[in-house]
Write a new protein. Structure first.
Length: 191
């Protein structure tokens, strides 16, 4: 029998992946979303959390990078695992040390290609299109102190047609994300 897990979700924007996660774990027997955190007080994802009665916290760059405040909130909420769902900032070392191999990220391409600083959202799909790739997909990976370089946990692909625009590619990739991220988080937590 696994110990009950409590997930914290970090997001910066829309939060469509976050909402799929909230919904998937809503009545889960052993995994609960205990806290949602954002650097952006206007993030749509915070409203989605409120709809699911999940507590939310907003932080500044200073609180995140120069203090243990966020870490203290996570401890107070008895968080065991961190899930990044469209979160823009690099995770500071105090959190990486406090949650070793317990932080997961989703990236909207097949790492190690199309990753790194500045590779976020539509920019990733524009780069895939510019490189004339015939396939793209999603990557779930553990988070370490470098952007997009932690251990790869899961990848799956979709085709890119010559006529696909970056927005069409984004739609295909988001569909993969919404299908696979919640159950893959469940497997990762229960491993
Ligand atoms: C997702 O496509 C996620 O893969 C991407 O941001 C989007 C957030 O959408 N993350 C990155 O690009 C990380 N480098 P959402 O807010 O609707 O879930």
């Amino acid at each position: 029998m696994n110990q009950p897990a409590r997930i914290a979700v970090f997001l910066s924007g829309n939060g469509s992946n976050a909402e799929k996660i909230f919904s998937y774990f809503k009545d889960h027997s052993s995994i609960k979303v205990g806290l949602v955190l954002s650097n952006n007080s206007g993030a749509q994802g915070l409203q989605r959390a409120i709809k699911f009665n999940i507590p939310t916290r907003i932080f500044t760059r200073n609180q995140f990078r120069e203090s243990d405040e966020v870490l203290i909130w996570l401890k107070e909420a008895e968080i065991t695992h961190i899930v990044l769902a469209g979160f823009l900032w690099m995770i500071p070392i105090n959190l990486i040390k406090a949650f070793p191999n317990r932080i997961i990220n989703i990236h909207p391409a097949l790492l190690p290609k199309f990753g790194g600083k500045g590779m976020y959202g539509i920019k990733v799909h524009e780069a895939v299109k510019a490189a004339n790739e015939t396939q793209t997909g999603i990557t779930l990976h553990e988070v370490n102190e470098k952007y997009d370089e932690g251990k790869i946990i899961f990848q799956t692909t979709c085709n890119v047609l010559p006529t696909d625009t970056p927005f069409l590619i984004a739609e295909k990739v988001q569909a993969l994300e919404h299908t696979h991220y919640p159950p893959e988080i469940e497997k990762w937590v229960n491993q």
